[in-house]
Design a binder for this molecule. Structure first.
Ligand code: TNX
Length: 558
């Protein structure tokens, strides 16, 4: 009969799916311990999700959301520890081992039940993410989950990824996807680069021009953005405070902390375009790097009679916040007063990188400040600037992160350092007993090209996937005591040449898969040859999730 033929067909298909399972325990980042058994748990709509501990409730719901979105059915969710009869996925929270590492979990799959035990709520979440990795890349209604026992924990507490939304803007809908991607790779800090020379992207109610003027660029410079998708057209975008809250809440459900970056004293052209009095020289045209495009920008500015403008070219600009005026600090404190309630993070990133001292050298008010404060040079003035902001943020119960330039002229007393110009800044900060996050450009900057021959215009320096994979955020020159100051590392992606989500993902993958293992997996469990095999399989996952990726990097590994 037709129905028995269909049954037979279903069995044959199941056989193929189940056979595929044999190689399917293919985890990135690689877990601390993994033992694969025989057979599988058949996940179908008859299974139930049990929440033994209320703290795992949202995680259970997120698993259900995933199953619904990818396979089209949902499971009943109830409180409790599961029943003897029937298929069960059980979420528990229980102390795992003496080390009590935040985020540790166990995932146990038997023929009858799937048990996810988190050391804490985030551990249960990572156990759920690992379970998702065991599900097939095919829309079926009976999902064979291989029998396996996984015991796992993260290596670092800070597992970061940034996004530069100033050079190019990414809407909230995409940020949610970005956060989902991060969660799938067990990353837990989203560093949101919200302000820069080419755009101010966060609504500040007290200073409406920051977004009215600072969130747009004219796009009149012909042909300067080849390959970025935004050639020659006006460009605008910012997040309302409501949208920011939405992103922070979405991240929190995925155990991701959002750290905002408000850049100072440099990279501040967009703010200065909105409020020229923030500059040492409000009446002067912003100086820009000397190349043809820059000259055009100056001409254009002169023609329109405007002295200050949101930058249309990439680079480092001389017009920075004036360190001599108290009004600069009043402005920044007002801005931070609106930023803090939106972001519950312990840390606030205040930038501090690439601040030319050209204006400060010529500015009478800056020179006066230096005399009064007995600052020996402009680096000391920058240090004064950062310390003053630090003091303000500390008084509000927060701590600052700054790029490694904040070491110059003396580190603010409680500052954490993000080391980007290599590892030296991080090493020095750790020796001074300051918290460090490593993101050295030559290992962690995924906006750099992944292959010698790139298909699209991309930052010129080369960062091959093997170098990303082999990166160890704890430099061997540190003593074990000093090494405790390295709380983690970050993959960074700057968007000068990344105008849309497809390009962004193409730059991230497969190298972000490698980076996730740098952040999560203990050194002794890492293996480049083994990773090369797993990342080939990962390709199917990229396709299943609709992620763009650089296929040539993967074929280059074969
Ligand atoms: C340097 S990384 C910068 C960014 C650029 C990046 C890539 C850092 C602290 N500063 O402003 O986007 O290089 O060009």
């Amino acid at each position: 009969s037709g129905s028995s033929q269909r049954n037979a067909l279903a069995l044959v298909m199941l056989f193929f799916v189940v056979n595929a399972v044999a190689q399917q325990v293919n985890m990135i980042p690689r877990p601390a311990g993994i033992t694969q058994g025989e057979g599988y748990f058949l996940l179908d709509p008859s299974a139930k999700i049990y929440i033994a501990d209320a703290a795992a409730k949202k995680t259970g719901a997120l698993l259900n959301d995933y199953i619904k979105a990818r396979y089209g059915f949902t499971l009943p969710v109830q409180r409790g520890r599961g029943s003897a009869s029937g298929k069960a996925i059980i979420f528990r929270i229980a102390r795992l081992g003496p080390a009590q590492i935040p985020g540790a979990y166990q995932l146990q799959v038997t023929g009858k039940a799937i048990r996810i035990t988190g050391n804490d709520a985030e551990g249960a979440f990572y156990g759920m993410q690992s379970l998702i990795r065991l599900l097939p890349f095919e829309k079926v209604s009976r999902l064979p989950v291989p029998v396996v026992q996984i015991t796992d924990h993260p290596r670092f507490a800070y597992r970061g990824l940034n996004l530069d939304v100033s050079r190019h803007f990414f809407p909230v809908s995409y940020l949610k996807r970005y956060l989902d991607i991060m969660a799938a790779y067990k990353m837990n800090v989203f560093h949101w680069h919200l302000t820069d020379d080419q755009g101010w992207r966060i609504e500040i109610k007290k200073y409406p021009l920051l977004t009215q003027t600072g969130a747009g660029r004219n796009g009149t410079i012909r042909g300067y953005y080849p390959g970025t998708g935004s050639d020659n057209s006006p460009y605008r975008g910012y997040y309302t405070q409501e949208e920011i809250k939405e992103v922070v809440a979405y991240a929190a459900e995925r155990y991701i902390t959002v750290i905002p970056e408000i850049e100072m004293p440099g990279h501040s052209s967009a703010a200065i375009a909105a409020y020229p009095s923030l500059s040492c020289f409000p009446g002067r045209t912003t100086m820009i790097p000397l190349n043809m495009v820059a000259l055009k920008t100056v001409q254009q500015a002169q023609e329109t009679g405007r002295k200050k403008f949101v930058q249309e070219t990439w680079g480092v600009f001389d017009d920075v916040y004036c360190a001599g005026k108290d009004a600069t600090f009043a402005f920044l404190q007002d801005v931070l007063d609106e930023v803090l309630p939106l972001f519950p993070s312990k840390y606030i990133h205040i930038g501090g990188d690439e601040c030319p001292k050209t204006n400060w050298k010529q500015c009478p008010q800056c020179q006066k400040r230096m005399k009064e404060e007995q600052l020996k040079d402009e680096h000391a003035l920058q240090s004064y600037f950062i310390r003053r902001i630090e003091k303000y943020l500390n008084s509000k119960g927060r701590q600052i992160i700054g790029w490694d330039e904040i070491l110059e002229g003396g580190l603010a007393p409680n500052a954490a350092v993000m080391s980007w110009r290599g590892e030296q800044g991080g090493i020095e900060a750790a020796r001074q007993k300051h918290t460090v996050i490593m993101t050295p450009a030559n290992f962690c900057y995924l906006n750099r090209k992944g292959l010698e021959k790139e298909d699209s215009l991309t930052a010129p320096a080369l960062l091959p996937i093997e170098r990303v994979y082999q990166y160890n955020p704890v430099p061997s020159s540190l003593t074990p005591e000093e090494a405790t100051y390295i709380i983690g590392a970050q993959a960074s992606v700057w968007t000068e040449y990344i105008a849309n989500a497809a390009k962004l993902e193409y730059m991230l993958f497969p190298r972000l898969s490698a980076m996730s293992e740098v952040l999560w997996t203990d050194v002794e469990n890492k293996s480049w040859p083994d990773f090369q095999k797993r990342v080939q399989y990962e390709q199917k996952r990229y396709q299943w999730l609709g992620l763009h990726y650089n296929q040539k990097i993967l074929s280059g590994l074969l």
